[in-house]
Design a protein around this ligand. Structure first.
Ligand code: SAH
Length: 220
């Protein structure tokens, strides 16, 4: 890649962080640093790389998308990561959010139901030298029992209701962020597990592809 092109991408990245993310109220410095450092354009196909830092999701094949940068930031901030956590991500997709989580936590376990996407994500994350991410192909609505409990769980696809196995696999004090709603629009929900039970908070409207699985939507 030509040097000038590389510089263009880092400039676009800085503009993305300033204009789409910091300006909308995301304040976590470690998160802003991660967004500034991770080459988001490498997580999309070459023909779309010039759009990688724009304010919208992009297709990644298999009718799936890499989420809008601001949505990735909002969900990640809500997880309140400090560095020592085991994080579970449902919906690896391009692998971009997994990279962000890997910068902010100790271990990232990510589940993707479509094998070709999981393979592509593994390849790019390996090329970028991420050694603290494990990706598995399965139905993420069932969680990842062997690795539980998790201090943070993020679901990057929209569900009809909060998948119970994910709540069960949350550590006490842990945060789960999941878009809940119908197929057209959802509300981002944060569930916090406490000693007494669970607390539920509404973080605002959003739009995601469907979470397909036993505790999600029934689908192909
Ligand atoms: N976090 C991703 C966004 C991916 S879009 C990124 O940064 O690029 C949501 C992904 O969830 C899609 O790849 C879709 O295949 C996957 N998905 C949907 N239902 C799933 C399930 N039950 N288990 C695991 N992955 C699922």
């Amino acid at each position: 890649m030509a040097m000038s092109h590389k510089l263009d991408f880092s400039r676009s990245r800085k503009r993305m962080v300033d204009e789409q993310i910091a300006s909308r109220g995301i304040e976590n410095v470690r998160l802003l640093d991660a967004l500034n450092n991770i080459p988001r354009h490498l997580f999309v196909e070459e023909a779309l790389q010039d759009q990688a830092y724009n304010d919208y999701p992009l297709p990644i094949g298999e009718k799936q998308t890499i989420s809008q940068p601001y949505m990735v930031a909002l969900m990640t901030e809500a997880l309140e990561l400090r560095g020592g956590e085991r994080v579970l991500e449902i919906g690896t997709g391009s692998g971009y959010q997994a990279a962000i989580l890997a910068e902010l936590a100790e271990w990232v376990y990510s589940i993707e139901r479509i094998r070709s996407l999981a393979n592509r994500a593994r390849k790019i994350l390996c090329e970028l030298n991420y050694y603290n991410i494990e990706i598995r192909v399965s139905d993420g609505t069932r969680g990842w029992k062997e690795k539980a409990p998790f201090q943070a769980i993020t679901v990057t696809a929209g569900a009809p209701e909060v998948p119970q196995p994910l709540v069960d696999q949350l550590a006490v004090g842990g945060r789960l962020v999941v878009p809940i709603g119908d197929v057209f629009s959802q509300t981002l929900i944060r569930v916090i597990r406490t000693e007494e039970g669970i607390e539920r908070e509404d973080l605002g409207g959003c739009h995601f592809v469907r979470l397909i699985g036993k505790y999600g939507w029934q689908g192909e």
